[in-house]
Design a protein around this ligand. Structure first.
Ligand code: PLP
Length: 386
C-alpha cells in the first residue's frame, strides 16, 4: 500500500525497495560485484554487470526515481553530464538539428558548442522566454528541443508550457534539465516533457559527496538512453548508488527547508540598502514570479544578487561571511557561495557575461539546511561591514 502512495515523501522511502527485503536488510546493502552469475539471459544487455547499470543498487534507484518524477522508467549515470550527453546522443545523429536554450549549464553549453558539430549535429540557440522566435529556427531535421527549468545564475524561469506545446506541434523530443528545481518542486513529465534530466550530484544526493546523474521518462525513451549509455560507459558505481539512495530518502525534507531558507534570505537581501539587485523566482517582483507560483511547489535553494560597490565589495562580503563556504556547486546541506565570473562562468569574457546579464560582481548563493536565523544573521553582519 505504502509504496503506491503518490506523496513524494512516502515514495522516497518506500518506492522500489525489494520485496521481500534482501536477507531482511532495511537499508539496501551495497552489491560491490562487477559481474553476476549467468542466469540464462539471451541478450548482452540483460547480463548483470555494473557497466550495464542493472545491479540491485541500480534497480532500486531506477524505480525510486521513476516513482518520484511520475515516469515509467529511469536510469542513473556516472554524472549529470553523462546523463545529459547520453540522452542527447540517443535522439540525435549525424545530419540532425537541435534547438537548445541559450542560457545553459556551462558543461552542457560546451558539449553542444564544441562536440555536437564534430559529430555532424547542427544546433541553434533559442531564448527560453521568447517562444515566438523559435519557429523561424526550426528545420526539417530538427529532432529535439532542450531547456533548463531555471537559468544559472540569473534564475529566469523558462516558458516551460510553451516548450511542451512547441515540441508536440513539431514532433520533437522535449528534454529538460530539472536539476535546479528537483522533483520536489517541479515535475516536468507530468506537464508533458519527454525526458527529465538531473545532476544527482546536487539536490537528489544532497550531501556534496558524490557525482551522479539520471534520466527519467517513458519506457521506450529510457530504453534508448540505456542502450546508448551501455556503449558509452557512463555507469554509476554501486557505492555511489548506495550514497545516492541514502541521500534521496531525505530529499523532500531538505528541499522544502532550502526553499524556505532561500526565500527568507532573498527577502532580507532585497530590503537591504547595500544590495542593488536580487534574483529569485520566489520574490513578488521577479519577472517570471507568476509562472513559478503556478508551476512550482517552491523555487529552490539558489539565488543570486549584486551588492553596491561591484567586484571589490562582493569579494569583501564573501570574505566576511562565516557560514557559507566559498565553492561552486549547489544542492548540498551546507550553504555554498560563489562569484560566477570566477567559477561557473569564467570561460566567458566580461563582455560576453555582460551581454548575458551576468556582472562580474554577481554573487550566487546555494543555501543549505542551516537554521534560517543563523544564515540571515550572518548575511546581516557581513553586509554591515561593506
Ligand atoms: N546541470 C546543471 C544545471 C548543473 O548545475 C550541473 C553541474 O553543476 C550539471 C548539469 C552537470 O552535473 P555533473 O557535475 O553532475 O556532471
Amino acid at each position: 500500500m505504502a509504496n503506491r502512495s503518490s506523496d513524494i515523501q512516502t515514495q522516497l522511502i518506500h518506492a522500489g525497495e525489494p520485496d521481500p527485503r534482501i536477507a531482511g536488510a532495511v537499508a539496501l546493502p551495497v552489491f560491490q560485484s562487477a559481474t553476476f552469475e549467468y542466469a540464462g539471459q539471451n541478450s548482452y544487455h540483460d547480463l548483470k554487470y555494473i557497466r550495464l547499470n542493472n545491479t540491485p543498487n541500480h534497480q532500486v534507484l531506477h524505480a525510486k526515481l521513476a516513482a518520484i518524477a511520475g515516469g515509467e522508467a529511469a536510469v542513473v549515470a556516472a554524472s549529470g553530464m553523462a546523463a545529459i550527453t547520453s540522452a542527447l546522443l540517443s535522439f540525435l545523429r549525424s545530419g540532425d538539428h537541435l534547438l537548445v536554450q541559450d542560457c545553459l549549464y556551462g558543461g552542457t553549453h560546451t558539449f553542444v558548442n564544441h562536440d555536437l558539430p564534430s559529430l555532424g549535429i547542427a544546433f541553434d540557440f533559442v531564448a527560453g522566454n521568447d517562444p515566438s522566435s523559435w519557429e523561424s529556427l526550426l528545420k526539417p531535421e530538427t529532432r529535439v528541443i532542450y531547456v533548463e527549468t531555471m537559468t544559472n545564475p540569473l534564475l529566469e524561469v523558462t516558458d516551460l508550457e510553451a516548450v511542451v506545446r512547441f515540441a508536440r506541434e513539431h514532433n520533437l523530443v522535449s528534454m529538460i534539465d530539472n536539476t535546479f528545481a528537483s522533483p520536489v518542486n517541479f515535475k516536468p513529465l507530468g506537464m508533458g516533457f519527454d525526458v527529465e534530466l538531473h545532476s544527482c550530484t546536487k539536490y537528489l544526493n544532497g550531501h556534496s559527496d558524490i557525482v551522479a546523474g539520471c534520466a527519467i521518462g517513458g519506457e521506450d525513451r529510457i530504453e534508448r538512453i540505456v542502450d546508448r549509455m551501455n556503449h558509452l560507459g557512463g555507469c554509476l558505481d554501486p557505492h555511489a548508488c548506495f550514497l545516492l539512495y541514502r541521500g534521496m530518502k531525505t530529499l523532500a525534507l531538505r528541499v522544502r527547508h532550502q526553499n524556505d531558507n532561500a526565500l527568507g534570505l532573498s527577502q532580507l537581501l532585497e530590503g537591504h540598502p547595500a544590495v542593488a539587485q536580487v534574483n529569485y523566482p520566489g520574490l513578488d517582483d521577479h519577472p517570471q514570479h507568476a509562472r513559478a507560483e503556478l508551476l512550482f511547489e517552491g523555487c529552490g535553494g539558489v539565488l543570486s544578487f549584486e551588492v553596491r560597490g561591484g567586484v571589490e565589495a562582493a569579494d569583501r562580503l564573501i570574505e566576511s561571511l562565516v557560514l557559507p563556504i566559498s565553492a561552486p556547486s549547489l544542492g548540498g546541506v551546507e550553504t555554498l557561495i560563489t562569484r560566477p565570473a570566477t567559477t561557473s562562468h569564467s570561460g566567458m569574457t566580461t563582455k560576453e557575461r555582460a551581454q548575458a546579464g551576468i556582472s562580474d560582481g554577481l554573487i550566487r548563493v546555494a543555501v543549505g539546511i542551516e537554521a534560517a536565523d543563523d544564515l540571515c544573521d550572518d548575511f546581516e553582519q557581513a553586509l554591515a561591514r561593506l
